[in-house]
Design a binder for this molecule. Structure first.
Ligand code: 3UK
Length: 535
């Protein structure tokens, strides 16, 4: 059974023998054959009489569940009635986080379309790659990002319909939506119809698109939020990851709506602006990256953050020093979690009561995790190997041979080197291809970074292996100092000595270079490959 008229996504799923094994062994993971996640997450609240509850806020906008539903319905009608959308078509969504972008997501998914998010900073060349790969037919684009998409246009023959929003202009999305009735029934999609294509934030090669079903969205809502974060309907979510990144889509839109809570979608959620936004909206639940926690820790005293109750970190490893820094500044124990675009959201994490500095946490209910050796055999506790995950969600790349690299023997291999402790905590080491091999030793850059971050002069740092004739590689640290410290030879020596005291001396950075900033992706990840090439 499928509701898709356009079967592109189904036709380009990986062959069944290359899928990960899926496990649905919790009662809340039993899904009906027919399922539309937009209906479940949005319409259900209105149907059950909660239409008046606050749902989404942003620049000048304060929408209830009924308001978001009405706007999503009108957008769904514009797509279907004016732009000929049929179920299964791919719709590019572009814009900084905003209530309108959220309404577009729900409009597309209610109409049976496939939402394809795109990071706001993407350039025409990257947009062309996405449009080609996903054979995108429609785009809904924030007017402020119109130029780059227009540049891509001539090279995108499949992209026939582009509408802009955040504009009062005639023919713009808002104007067209205003002319439509606010009722629109969700298309009765199959649980395994694709509703979301998420491109990976990968650093090399052609972009990969992951396919996620309506069922996957509901499974993600049923696992980490329900068992670990445990939000209430009165929570107010806020944070930085873009909705085009599944960390942001889940953490700032799907999860709050899954419990009837509300979310604040901030257009410019930089660390210098977030604390003021938390205070202004009385947010309770902050979702952001380790870097942002480090950058914000110093500014908390000047804002009223008394509303804040929970803080979530993902995207990169959370160093113990950052956990402590934030706890000292805010009184709140961060909830760390590792997720991936391929698995949709978080699969290893912990709640506030079970935080263990330096460890990511334990496996999230609904998932299974283990550490495998290079031949796919499970390793005993304490040994470093490849992290392997199974659960109700899993990797399905759109027409991509790299499926075989991510999925092996039924397991999703995330590309991370981890060890598991006797009592089931998973301790991050490095990306498997980022392990530094120096003088015969395996050294994990993030461990050296975590040690350096304990030094009071260090604001940010990145540690990579750089080529060395004698040792193969040597450990090199790129360090951003806090204001008032000079990056001179004496500081380099002090940091080297400090590291030798904190961790095994052979891991200390033999080379130290001071920088004003470190290269990062739009998802907040340190770009180690750039540091290596600059090393
Ligand atoms: C790394 C972490 C240590 C790790 C993501 C939460 O980051 C997300 O997805 P991506 O596809 O990257 C996945 C990779 O990022 N990573 C993420 N979180 C952590 N490493 N500790 C962490 N807490 O290498 C992983 O394989 O961009 C995160 C939810 C949804 C996501 N898509």
């Amino acid at each position: 059974m499928t509701a898709h008229v356009d079967t592109f996504a189904r036709d380009h799923l990986p062959p069944p023998d290359q899928w990960p094994e899926l496990v649905f062994d919790l009662p809340e993971l039993q899904f009906p054959a027919e399922l539309n996640c937009a209906h479940e997450l949005l319409d259900r609240w209105v149907d059950e009489g909660h239409g008046d509850r606050l749902c989404v806020q942003g620049q000048g906008v304060r929408w209830t569940y009924a308001d978001l539903q009405a706007q999503a319905n009108r957008i769904g009608r514009v797509l279907v009635e004016d732009l000929g959308l049929v179920p299964g078509n791919r719709v590019l969504l572009r814009g900084p986080n905003s209530p309108m972008l959220a309404a577009c997501w729900f409009g597309v998914v209610k109409a049976g379309g496939i939402a394809v998010g795109s990071m706001p900073l993407l350039r025409a060349k990257e947009l062309v790659q996405i449009v080609h790969k996903a054979e995108i037919s429609h785009a809904l684009c924030d007017i402020r990002l119109a130029d780059e998409l227009a540049l891509a246009g001539p090279q995108c023959p499949t992209l026939v319909h582009v509408l802009h929003f955040m504009t009062e202009r005639d023919g713009g999305l808002e104007a067209r939506a205003a002319g439509k009735p606010a009722q629109f029934d969700a298309v009765r999609t199959a649980a395994d119809d694709t509703c979301l294509m998420a491109f990976t934030s990968g650093t090399t090669g052609a972009p990969k698109a992951t396919l996620h079903f309506h069922r996957d969205v509901m499974a993600a809502c049923a696992c980490w939020p329900r068992h670990v974060l445990r939000p209430t309907a009165d929570d107010v979510f806020i944070g930085s990851p873009p909705l085009a990144f599944t960390f942001g889509l889940g953490g700032l839109l799907l999860f709050p709506l899954s419990v009837g809570a509300s979310t604040v979608l901030v257009e410019r959620p930089a660390p210098d602006a977030l604390p003021a936004a938390i205070a202004r909206y009385r947010a309770t639940t902050l979702v952001t990256s380790p870097t942002a926690y480090r950058a914000m820790a110093g500014q908390l005293a000047t804002h009223d953050l008394s509303s804040l109750r929970q803080c979530v970190s993902a995207g990169e490893a959370l160093p113990a020093a950052t956990r402590q820094l934030w706890k000292d500044a805010s009184g709140i124990e961060i909830i760390d979690g590792i997720g991936s675009t391929e698995l949709l959201h978080i699969f290893i994490s912990h709640d506030e009561a079970h935080a263990r500095p330096g460890a990511t946490g334990t496996v999230v209910p609904g998932y299974r995790a283990c550490v495998l050796d290079d031949d796919g055999r499970p390793l005993p506790p304490g040994q470093v190997g490849r992290l392997a995950i199974k659960g109700p969600t899993g990797c399905r790349y759109l027409a991509d041979d790299r499926q075989r690299q991510y999925v092996s023997g039924g397991w999703n291999l995330t590309g991370d080197a981890y060890l598991q402790t006797e009592d089931g905590y998973f301790v991050y080491q490095a990306r498997t291809d980022d392990m530094i091999i120096s003088g015969g030793y395996n050294i994990a850059g993030p461990e050296v970074e975590a040690a350096l971050l304990l030094h009071p002069a260090v604001a940010e740092c990145g540690v990579v292996g750089v080529p060395d004739d004698e040792r193969g590689q040597v450990v090199k640290a790129f360090v951003v100092l806090r204001a008032g410290h000079a990056g001179d030879a004496a500081m380099a020596k002090a940091l080297q000595d400090f590291t030798k005291q904190a961790i095994a001396p052979y891991k200390y950075p033999r080379a130290v270079e001071f920088r004003d900033a470190l290269p990062r992706t739009e998802t907040g990840k340190l770009q180690r490959f750039r540091l290596r090439s600059q090393g």
